[in-house]
Design a protein around this ligand. Structure first.
Ligand code: CUA
Length: 170
């Protein structure tokens, strides 16, 4: 059987397109480190956050040389702590939970964005460099004050951070 040269070309091109499609989808799924939410983490008791090690006192804690953990509680209609303050040039992992209903946690202008579900701890890590101030907002409808539910995330200079942290750093 004779296949016309152009037909071969189009066949090859369409096979290439399919391979490229599969390639980009595969890369998107596994390449940039995207992980699905799993149920491997134990749920916590949203009604007893005041007895929880991490969330009884929402705060930012230094956990490594340039690494910080931010324990954040969302509730109708605010975030705690507010502002969330971290030093420049660091890696910050947010652990966010809700004490009442489902909220959102979005650091405006970045790709840090998660749903916050009572009983679950949302975890996301960001790297910050320059000092700056970002809004934090709730993007899940959570009740009458939803539209006003906001907080802030502040990246400050090392010296300013040390000043604010006061005597509780070594
Ligand atoms: Cu919290 Cu909307």
């Amino acid at each position: 059987m004779h296949i016309h040269a152009y037909e071969k070309l189009w066949l090859a091109a369409s096979i290439l397109l399919i391979l490229l499609l599969i390639g980009t989808v595969t890369y998107g799924a596994v390449g940039p480190g995207v992980a699905m939410v799993t149920d491997s983490e134990e749920p916590i008791d949203a009604t007893a956050l005041d007895e929880d090690d991490r969330f009884s006192e929402p705060r930012v804690e230094q956990v490594g040389e340039d690494e910080y953990a931010a324990y954040v509680v969302a509730y109708q209609f605010a975030f705690e702590p507010d502002p969330i303050v971290v030093p420049e040039d660091s890696t910050v992992t947010f652990y966010v939970t809700s004490q009442d209903v489902t909220h959102g946690f979005e650091v405006v202008g970045t790709n840090a964005n998660t749903m916050v579900i009572p009983g679950e701890v949302a975890e996301l890590t960001v790297e910050v460099d320059e000092p700056g101030e970002y809004g934090v907002l709730c993007n899940e409808y959570c009740g009458g004050g939803h539209h006003g539910m906001e907080g802030s995330f502040e990246v400050v200079s090392q010296s300013e951070y040390e000043e604010q942290a006061g005597g509780d750093e070594e």
